[in-house]
Structures are given as C-alpha cells and as structure tokens.
Design a binder for this molecule. Structure first.
Ligand code: NAP
Length: 253
C-alpha cells in the first residue's frame, strides 16, 4: 500500500531518540521530510545524519515546555522544506513514583512539558495546517489504565487524551485529523530506565513481558510504523482515536 507520504513534511517533537525518532525513520523511509526536535544538540545532529542529512531531516534544539518552541518548529518546516503537513508530539516521560510521594514541582514541570507544551504545539499546528493535515499525540497506556508507580503519567495523560479528542471535534470541520498513540512497553531508553528503578531490570522486564499477550516488548520500529500510517494520507478517515501499540496489554477494548 502506498501511504502517500512522498514529499510530505512533518514536525516531530522529542524525536532525537526513542518513539519520536523511530517514527521519523519510517516517515523518511516512505519519502517524507521531517523537522525534529529535542533538547540536546549532539543527539539531534546524530539523528539528522542517521535520517540522511539536510535533504531529509532538519533539527531544531528546543524544549516542549518553552512557549516559543511551537512557533519555531512550525516556521522551520515552512522555511526549510516549504510546506507543513502534520505534527507528532512526543516528549520525555514524567518523573516516576507514587502519587503520594510526587513533589508539587514534579507535577508542575511535567504539566509544562507533557501537557501544556503539547497543547500549545497542537494549537499552533492547527493554525498552520490545511485540510488533510494531522496532529498526533504520543501518549501512554495510562490514558486508559493506571500504570503502577507512574502517578504523574496516570494523572496527566487521560486529560490530555480528552483534550485531543475535543480537538478532533473542533478541527474535523476543517479536514484536520487528530490522533493519539498509546504505547505501553516499547523498548526505548525510557522503558529501560523505568525497568531499572527497582534494581533488577531483567526481572522487571520478565514480569512486564508476562503480562503482555504477545509475550514481549515492542520494538521502536513496530511503533514507528503505526505512527507513520496514522500520520499518512492513507489514514484519512481516522480521527479522534486513541490507538494502543502495546502487544495487547490493555485490558479494556
Ligand atoms: N516507550 C514506551 O513504551 C512508552 C510507554 C508509555 C509512554 N511513553 C511515553 O512516550 C514518550 C516518548 O517515550 P520514549 O520511550 O521515546 O522516551 P525516550 O526514549 O526517553 O525519548 C524521549 C525523547 O524526547 C526528548 N525530550 C525529552 N524531554 C523533552 C522536552 N522537554 N522537549 C523536547 N524534547 C524532549 C529526548 O531528547 P532530549 O532528552 O535530548 O531532549 C528524546 O529524544 C514519553 O512521554 C513516554 O513517557 C513511552
């Protein structure tokens, strides 16, 4: 199937590693060009090089929590590649820990980067997109079920998912789609860090894998392929949906 990605231009935030970079790889492999963001220049430069250099990818060092980031990224798409077809909003996960122990400052900084930063980027993108455009949010299985030990994620993600669903209603009449992805255990730095918190990462991974119907963690490539499809014109009648990419882990339908 032709996803219709040739020459399309997407902005991907939090995309110098992990799920964002994996999504960029699939988009570029199918002919799209990408503007990537992350906070670290070295990993940014490595990601741009890996994706084939300036003809395919352009990097902007930017923090999703910074109010100036949204405008900078979307302007970069137009300046560098002459068009803007959609955005995939990913960002580093919030601090782990139970609700009872989470500091107010951790809630505040997670709200700024995970929640408000994402909404600001989505709103700015909505102002620049034309019919056929798409806004994707990388969320979490915590949108539907609490994840033990991730109190802040459990607190913020469901609200952001509902804001995304509302945006789908608001932008549908303009032909702009809004979608969410719900990863659960995709093998990235973030998940490896979480597995190491208890002191025995291998045991944590074995326990988590046992609760996944497919019996294993997902690969970033598997996530990236779903993201590339959802962003592509091939998914033109999908909006307002939250798509689990979790090997069957979520219990609810
Ligand atoms: N992997 C999973 O299975 C899974 C499951 C559930 C939820 N999630 C969520 O999905 C998101 C992405 O996960 P991941 O596994 O790709 O994480 P990751 O491997 O830690 O990668 C995070 C990426 O975001 C960048 N980043 C971090 N904070 C940022 C900020 N404030 N502004 C801009 N860029 C930022 C990082 O680069 P710099 O640090 O250099 O900025 C990096 O490129 C996270 O929010 C995570 O909680 C992931």
């Amino acid at each position: 199937m032709d996803l219709g990605l040739q020459q399309k231009v997407y902005v991907l935030t939090g995309a110098t590693r992990g799920l964002g970079l994996a999504s960029a790889r699939q988009l570029v492999a199918d002919g799209a060009r990408v503007v990537l963001s992350g906070r670290t220049k070295e990993t940014m430069d490595a990601a741009v090089t890996e994706l084939g250099g300036p003809g395919h990818a352009h990097g902007v060092v930017a923090d999703n929590a910074d109010p100036a980031t949204a405008e900078r990224l979307i302007t970069a798409a137009g300046d560098r590649f002459g068009r803007f077809d959609g955005v995939l909003i990913s960002v580093g996960g919030p601090t782990a820990g139970p609700v009872l122990l989470a500091e107010e400052e951790s809630w505040r900084s997670a709200f700024e980067s995970v929640f408000l930063g994402a909404l600001r980027i989505a709103r700015t993108a909505a102002g620049a997109l034309e019919a056929g455009g798409v806004i994707g949010f990388v969320l979490s299985g915590s949108v539907r079920e609490p994840i033990p030990g991730l109190g802040i994620s459990n607190g913020l993600r469901p609200g952001l998912a509902m804001a995304a669903k509302t945006l789908a209603d608001e932008l549908g009449p303009r032909g702009i789609r809004v979608v969410g992805l719900l990863p659960s255990r995709i093998d990235t730095d973030r998940v490896r860090e979480l597995d190491a918190l208890g002191g025995d990462p291998e045991a944590a991974r074995a326990r988590a894998s046992a609760a996944i119907p497919l019996g294993r963690y997902g690969t970033p490539e598997e996530f990236g392929k779903v993201a590339a499809f959802l962003l592509s014109p091939a998914a033109s009648y999908l909006t307002g949906v939250m798509v689990p990419v979790d090997g069957g882990a979520l219990r609810g339908l």
